[in-house]
Design a protein around this ligand. Sequence first.
Ligand code: SF4
Length: 371
Amino acid sequence: MKRSEKIQMIVAAMLGWFSQNARDLPWRRTQDPYAIWVSEIMLQQTQVKTVLPFWERWMCELPTIEAVAKATPDKIHKLWEGLGYYTRVRNLQKAARQITEKRKAESGNKSEFPNKFDEVLALPGIGRYTAGAICSIAFNQPTPILDGNVMRVLTRIFGIDKDPREKGTNERLWELAGELVFNAKTQSAQRRNKGNSCSYLNQSLMELGALVCTPRNPQCLICPVKKLCVAFKENRTEELPNLGKREAATARRFVAFVLEHQGKFLIRQRPEKVVNAHLWEFPNVELNGQALTPAEVFKSEFGFVPPELEPLPPVKHSITRYRITLEAFRVSLKRAPKMGQGMWLSHAEMSSLAFTSAHRKILSGLNNGLI
Ligand code: SF4
């Protein structure tokens, strides 16, 4: 079969499948580029079911680009709290401010999201994938997308056995994604159909990767393109995509102190330009393999011997390739020591601030009276 014929058949099968199987997601009920942009940024590295409540809350609190541009850093971080990768939300606000400023300079009343691919791509926090997704979904333009899901679907359908992250192979996959979405536009024009074929084709590839062509145990028997799929025909679905060996996880250990004085707790804000910048946390120290007792760590951090360290349930979590263990201790103080950094706040005051997810778990324990 010729490649052009195969492309055409894949597009027809995917559009038919998507029309029957697309999940009803709130950002699919709108064509507002702002709402779609927010969903695409939240969906980077994050699953749909996690994003749903965050997106609903964000759109309710900040329904326009102007509202994002004007929001305080505390507000946007609080709305993003728990989604992780906080650079995303800071870039979202930078981009909203750029759009608003540009509009003001052009004396426009309303901040409109740009509809040209290059202008979208130039905004902070928007790469080739996100620009393609926004332009295809919001404006039905034939702009390709290639994320982890689409990469998996395409390497399997076309039987591509080289590492898809390797430059040449990656570019080949972008070309295939481009041919597919362009073909969707052509087929739709031939039928004089003014529908959303580019939008639906791109979303169908993401949806197939999320629901059917999953990393493990893909459901090939119900797949709309199984007759066209090389990996299925050659029984190579478990081999593809060829992502090479995973880097081994690195263990990291932290000790945190929940210092309490007259119903207030000491917390600190993470500085700019570090992971989780702007978020709040309890004072903590990374041990970096040092064999120190918690009391020794406390003394070196605060300059005095703690009265008593009450162990709290340890928090374990993973970020990228790090496996992190946070051992936390409560310390009740009769007098507040003089400390340069941080603020003493009550439960209620802390609840309105955005914490890193590990420290949010400690805080939830305090708020629920479990600690
Ligand atoms: Fe993926 Fe199987 Fe469909 Fe091929 S046939 S695209 S491997 S689900």
